[in-house]
Ligand binder design. Sequence first.
Ligand code: SAH
Ligand code: SF4
Ligand code: F3S
Length: 465
Amino acid sequence: MTKKLFVKTYGCQMNVYDSARMADVLAAHGYASVETPEEADLVILNTCHIREKAAEKVYSELGRLNRIKQARSSEGRRMMLAVSGCVGQAEGGELLRRAPFVDLVMGPQNYHRLPDLLRRAETRGVVDTEFPVESKFDHLPEARTGTAADNGVSAFLTIQEGCDRFCTFCVVPYTRGAEYSRPVTDVENEARRLIDLGAREITLLGQNVNAYHGAQRGGEFSLADLIRQLAELPGLERLRYTTSHPRDLSADLIAAHGDVAVLMPFLHLPVQSGSDRVLKAMNRQHTADHYRHLIGELRKARPDIALSSDFIVGFPGESKAEFEATLELARDVDYAQAFSFKYSPRPGTPAAEQGDQVPDGIKSERLDALQAVLARSQAAFNATMVGRTLPVLFERPGRHANQLLGRSPYGQWVHADMPGDYRGRIADILITEAHTNSLAGQAAAAANPGLAMAQAAGVAEGPPA
Ligand code: SAH
Ligand code: SF4
Ligand code: F3S
């Protein structure tokens, strides 16, 4: 009999990828995915530990799920409740003590053991936060779903996991473990499979993806080597990668942005702070000027590259002047988009132990000031798109009939009314409106039907560039 599975995902894209792979493992054991926890025989919360708020959400969600579980149980039906991901790894047995109605707690490296863990969890609570010697990637079944957020057009592919950088604010090295790169053939096989399943764009994922060094015939491939190889795969139109660390941004990767056509002109390169003193205290191992230099090199290689970053405000000891250095860097780089957060002390990380924590009120003020600068840059960037024709890869239906939603090369969402089902296809779109988080446009041919007909008949030159 088919069992029903509901997975709720928090956190980064790597969790999105992992959730899809857990669904794949369980599909091989008779589970089919459903849309709500109420119908599910098994609910998995795939969690994030990065900031306190993210972790606390898990407990409130668990309370809600426990009520559903009790209601089902009074009807004589069992609902198994599992917690996976970074909160599972960080809290382990403590989570079972706080929420004894949970059946299974596991860390991100153990998903290939899911069927076995579930069997054991039928009789008593089970915790598996061991870092196994074998890699989950070698033991998970082949990808069956597009491993994309909610469609098969743009797919995620984890190529690197874990982190050895130990930034002093960050839990990832503890929750995901040591850095590990998947061998090149594995990545290539999975990419081929995703393309067969309909993917036209692949985003290569890793906590520190540009530290990738995958085994390849007795040697090693860098991320740039891997990108050059994947770029040759028939059917693959777009490649992206995330997240990168400035210290691991090599010259060959910068060069790839200049000459690999399928590599999209967008890079998320988190800087965190514009102050050298703070960067040092964060153990980021580079200066603000080194970061500016990298941005300059990237723009030399690919002049239209759109840049994105993460920022933390209110790191312990951050002075007003140090925060202003962050504002200055944000203005200088002029980001196309960015994420910014108030520093959140995380148990077990060095920065959380520091005595000079910044009061929350100051953190909030700084966050507002930074977000105002970032929002201005983003709006200005989006505004420059109006009047341009961009190749848009359509992914899914929009809110209205005939409307489709796709992405520009720079990663912006674009809405357009399309004359047919363009999902999975790239079309030239004339951008007519810029909003805060998206663009709107129309099919370039539809925008100027006379010209399109003339071009088709071969009697007109294209519009001046
Ligand atoms: N590997 C990525 C970041 C992963 S976490 C990198 O090195 O850039 C995503 C973002 O969350 C980080 O870039 C950082 O800006 C933010 N973050 C991580 N720990 C945090 C903390 N303790 N408080 C606030 N923000 C944090
Ligand atoms: Fe965390 Fe730093 Fe590693 Fe990124 S590089 S995952 S911020 S420790
Ligand atoms: Fe969160 Fe873990 Fe990703 S802490 S950001 S889910 S690596």
